[in-house]
Design a binder for this molecule. Sequence first.
Ligand code: ATP
Length: 212
Amino acid sequence: MKAQGYFGGTFDPIHNGHLSVAQQLVDKLALENLWFLPAGSPWQRTPQASAQHRLAMVKLALSNYPSFKVDEREIHRQGFTYTIDTLKEIRAEQGNSVPLWFVIGADSFLNLTTWHDWQQLLHYTHLAVACRPNYSVTEDKLSAPLRSLLIKHYDKDPQSVAEPAGKLSIINIEESAISATAVRQCVQQHKDIQSVVPNAVYQYIHQHHLYQ
Ligand code: ATP
């Protein structure tokens, strides 16, 4: 049974760094599909662009990639978005045997212990941590709870995982230094963003005067 991947984020806006992570993770985890999960109202931050704009940009960015899909559930959910709620729903829909991989960047992993019910996440999914410049996830740099999590759940060969959930892998990828924060700052400062977002997203940002 081929694994399904899920990539959560604010995507404010989606950028080439996300796409680079996504492409590499599809290969490294041997995923059938990678579902992008744009957050509706993330409880830890307030996005600058509306949920509808962020969703529209995700759809535009993914249109040329057959194995990338959009899961809109968090956009339509009332109240704050908690990843654990989403994962419970997905597991119930997908059944108990399919391997699920939730993909996060190294910065999100370092922040994991602030997530709602974070200790429960690995009951529902595996966790794949994509490397990101300036965020070290080596064992000696982690806080005690994350180090224990890594030691207990670490798997070095994620392609071969047949279990549905419970593994944690750090995935070495060709790193990208792009961030949505930098994209928003560039737009505000009238700097060119054509090399860091897909062309359709570039057009959309300008058409709708986002991030000014
Ligand atoms: P912001 O700068 O607004 O915080 P971001 O660029 O981190 O945004 P998000 O939408 O918050 O983008 O990220 C969604 C997920 O993608 C997170 O798990 C984040 O760690 C990961 N991610 C984003 N950009 C990269 C990147 N360049 N390399 C690795 N992971 C990334």
